[in-house]
Design a protein around this ligand. Structure first.
Ligand SMILES: *[C@@H]1O[C@H](CO)[C@@H](O)[C@H](O)[C@H]1NC(C)=O
Ligand SMILES: *[C@@H]1O[C@H](CO)[C@@H](O)[C@H](O)[C@H]1NC(C)=O
Ligand SMILES: *[C@@H]1O[C@H](CO)[C@@H](O)[C@H](O)[C@H]1NC(C)=O
Ligand SMILES: *[C@@H]1O[C@H](CO)[C@@H](O)[C@H](O)[C@H]1NC(C)=O
Ligand SMILES: *[C@@H]1O[C@H](CO)[C@@H](O)[C@H](O)[C@H]1NC(C)=O
Length: 509
């Protein structure tokens, strides 16, 4: 053989072992990383009001009545609460002296002053043929005026309200406790007026849907762009790189795939901000984990899932999974060739039992295959929350090379109430540590503590307490095979802000 031929054979046999296409399957050996130390960029591209409360400050009208706000309504004449019988499906009666789930209604904000009301079993308020207030229809939309009511508030006592029904008459409570849409009198707001209710605001959601719909179509785009361009900036990536961290986990919402034209009320522009994040990350040698944090139809009902009203129905239809796969496909194809891309997390905090193991596995399989069409990056699969068995996905995930299981560890829950600082630390060294060990099996997926924080259910903990608790967690979570990510880089409350904790000497990575 001539030397040319030998050279050719050597080169071609070498090429067989070099991944020449980005679609080449990696071998398990490719996936033995140095564990990452990351900061979550929470509250940036997916709004969470508690991380930056002032984002909501300038909503001009009814800013305490955003989408998903839970209210209770007490008739002043009956001194009883409106109640959806059996949680919904029939009439609303003003007959309950105390308020609980049947008496709690979730708002849809249609305009600044018009609303739809959703009962426990998710039906909407409407008026039947006899003029009675009922909750029978499970479907509605903003342009469905038959379910839309006006809330009229008393000027100097805004929790005293009247409610105008779709046909223009006011709701009134009759002496038999029925509620009808046939009152037309003026009011002096007295306790003798059957159209007056006292409204209790039980709970508010402050997520992306709420802030964008709260500001409305004219102003939400400018408000969000201002937020995106100021909350996290290039300097933050520099800060991350200079303080012992080497990655960021960036929560994004499903609407990002629509670029400039997402369905209302979401606004376009977060995609360009994510592009910027990649440029900054690459400049400072920071790895990027894209975390699909808010799923279509909501995987947990919490504000950070992008929900309108708290209804969790992701995974219950094939459509919600198909829509999610389009998000995965869009993001992976856009960023596959960016050197900063390190991992894609398919979903954040799917909540059991609403999200079933079967639907989640179906999504993970399809999401994994979608990512592998473009890239060999790590594929992060989140554990479900509220499960007894933390290892339920380990065997399943073992079948996918480059897969990672994400677990979130916060010492906030009733079991931590009353614990001392030392008991919190012991819990990390014993319970968290053994939970992590049970997840890290040979030939299994890598394990990622994708969210944790230094907060405790301890009143007036000292700086030294936070330092000890923080270093215990760094010690234990530092053993996680994929690494960890602190929640979150910036927050209004100091112990949730990794930036503040580092700058003030509470945490040293
Ligand atoms: C609204 O419907 C009720 C019940 O059918 C009726 O009594 C009332 O007159 C209607 N109001 C208007 C403004 O049509
Ligand atoms: C919204 O509701 C109205 C009234 O029920 C209906 O005519 C319309 O088709 C609905 N639109 C959508 C998009 O479902
Ligand atoms: C939009 O913002 C301007 C001032 O910035 C304010 O005057 C106006 O009321 C807002 N419009 C809406 C619909 O909120
Ligand atoms: C933590 O682990 C200890 C020792 O295994 C166990 O006795 C205790 O019940 C666990 N605590 C909780 C709150 O699960
Ligand atoms: C915490 O500190 C505040 C102010 O320093 C004090 O008023 C309060 O009593 C303390 N609470 C506890 C539980 O020590």
């Amino acid at each position: 053989m001539g030397s040319r031929l030998i050279f050719f054979l050597i080169i071609s046999s070498l090429l067989c072992f070099i991944p020449i296409s980005h679609a080449t399957r990696p071998t398990p050996d490719d996936y033995s990383p140095d564990p990452i130390k990351a900061a979550n960029l929470g509250g940036w591209l997916v709004t969470e009001g508690w991380l930056k409360p002032e984002l909501f400050d300038n909503i001009p009208v009814n800013k305490d009545l955003l989408d998903g706000t839970q209210i209770q309504l007490k008739s002043v004449t009956q001194n009883n609460y409106l109640s959806a019988q059996n949680g919904g499906g029939s009439t609303i009666i003003a007959n309950q002296p105390t308020a609980s789930t049947w008496e709690t209604f979730k708002l849809w904000r249609v305009t600044e002053i018009t609303f739809q009301f959703r009962v426990l079993n998710w039906q909407f308020f409407g008026i039947d043929d006899n003029g009675n207030l009922v909750a029978t229809s499970t479907s509605s939309n903003d342009s469905d005026s038959s379910h839309t009511f006006v809330i009229i508030r008393k000027d100097d006592e805004p929790n005293r309200i009247r409610i105008k029904a779709p046909n223009g008459s006011l709701l009134q409570v009759n002496s038999d406790a029925t509620v009808t849409a046939d009152y037309t009198e003026n009011t002096n707001w007295g306790d003798d007026d059957p159209s007056v209710f006292v409204m209790t605001n039980v709970l508010q959601l402050k997520g992306e849907f709420q802030v964008t719909n709260g500001y409305g179509p004219d102003n939400s785009t400018s408000v969000m762009k201002k937020h995106w361009n100021s909350f996290i900036v290039e300097d933050d990536f520099k800060f991350v790189s200079e303080n012992g961290l080497n990655a960021v986990r960036i929560p994004v919402g499903w609407w990002i795939r629509f670029d400039q034209n997402p369905p209302r009320p979401f606004v376009g522009g977060s995609l360009q901000v994510l592009d910027n994040a990649f440029s900054w990350a690459e400049k400072y040698n920071i790895k990027v984990i894209i975390d699909i944090h808010a799923m279509p139809s909501s995987q947990n009902g919490w504000e950070h899932s992008g929900t309108r009203d708290g209804l969790q129905s992701w995974g219950q239809t094939d459509d919600s999974i198909d829509q999610s796969i389009l998000v995965v496909d869009f993001l992976t194809s856009r960023y596959a060739n960016r050197p900063g891309l390190y991992a894609i997390e398919l979903i954040n905090e799917p909540l059991a039992p609403g999200v079933t193991l079967d639907s989640l596995k179906k999504y993970y399989k399809s999401g994994y295959d979608t990512i592998r069409k473009y890239s060999n990056v790590y594929v992060i699969m989140s554990n479900r929350l509220s499960i007894g068995d933390p290892i339920e996905l380990i065997q399943f995930a073992s079948g996918f090379s480059g897969s990672v299981i994400d677990v979130h560890y916060y010492n906030y829950a009733s079991i931590f109430e009353g614990m001392t600082v030392q008991q919190n630390i012991d819990y990390v060294y014993q319970n968290r540590s053994s939970a992590l060990n049970s997840l890290m099996v040979s030939n299994g997926p890598l394990i990622f503590v994708g969210e944790w924080g230094d907060g405790m259910e301890v009143k007036n903990a000292s700086k030294n307490d936070y330092q000890r608790f923080g270093s215990a967690q760094l010690d234990v979570y530092g053993r996680a095979t994929f690494g960890w990510s602190y929640w979150t880089l910036k927050a209004a409350q100091n112990q949730w802000s990794l930036e503040w904790m580092i700058k003030n000497g509470y945490i040293n990575v």
